[in-house]
Ligand binder design. Structure first.
Ligand SMILES: N[C@@H](CCC(=O)N[C@@H](CS)C(=O)NCC(=O)O)C(=O)O
Length: 202
């Protein structure tokens, strides 16, 4: 059985939990308290040298970190990943966008503002920049979703899961979705998928 090293409040962990649940794939969830450095122990660094969750133990001693790599691995051969070459590349396109333009701005703001982190002068400055860049990422999503129901090929895929994770809790990072009608409609479509679970469910 898969073993998922996870932290309940993490959107990156949620992506994997959500897909495993949609696929009805049983898994064991190991909660690691990242606030207490549980991913920075020698024992965990031997599993993922980058010291972060989510990390999926695929077989005893075989570990795969990075949420979007895990999604790609699990979605192979399922309806959540296109079987055509261009469709797969477009899924990667949006998952790279998520990791470069979206997550470092929206997820980090959420973590600093919503999880009791000290807002140092450096962080205050960084938050202003992250707010600007986070809205720029939302603008890109809005433009794309204005003409299509999902990110790739007109159907729900792991690209949507990757982007849903931190978009639906963006308000916790001080982002308002009020002026993003297409994003809000897409969030509702994702949440209405059969088997969908909330971020609070382990
Ligand atoms: N790019 C990674 C980011 C993973 C990540 O930042 N994980 C955070 C929780 S969301 C973590 O484990 N932080 C603990 C630490 O850095 O010590 C992914 O998509 O999985």
């Amino acid at each position: 059985m898969y073993r998922l090293y996870d932290y309940l409040e993490s959107g990156n962990g949620y992506k994997v939990r959500l897909l495993l649940t949609l696929l009805k794939t049983p898994f064991e969830r190991i909660e690691l308290d990242i606030m207490k450095g549980a991913t920075r122990t020698q024992e965990f660094l031997a599993k993922n040298p980058n010291g972060r969750i989510p990390t999926l133990e695929i077989a005893p001693g075989v570990f795969l970190p990075e949420s979007n790599a895990i999604l790609f691995y699990l979605a192979e051969g399922t309806p959540y990943l296109s079987s055509d070459r261009l469709g797969r590349a477009q899924v990667l396109q949006w998952m790279f966008f998520e990791q470069y333009n979206h997550e470092p701005n929206i997820a980090t703001s959420r973590f600093w503002l919503g999880h009791g982190q000290e807002i140092t002068p450096e962080r205050k400055l960084a938050l202003e920049q992250k707010n600007k860049l986070g809205y720029a990422a939302l603008d890109v999503m809005e433009r794309h979703l204005a003409t299509q129901p999902y990110f790739v090929g007109g159907r729900y895929s792991i690209a949507d899961i990757a982007l849903y994770a931190y978009t639906h809790v963006a308000h916790e990072g001080n982002f308002s979705l009020d002026r993003y009608a297409a994003i809000r409609a897409w969030l509702s479509r994702v949440a209405a998928q059969r088997g969908h679970i909330p971020i609070t469910q382990g």
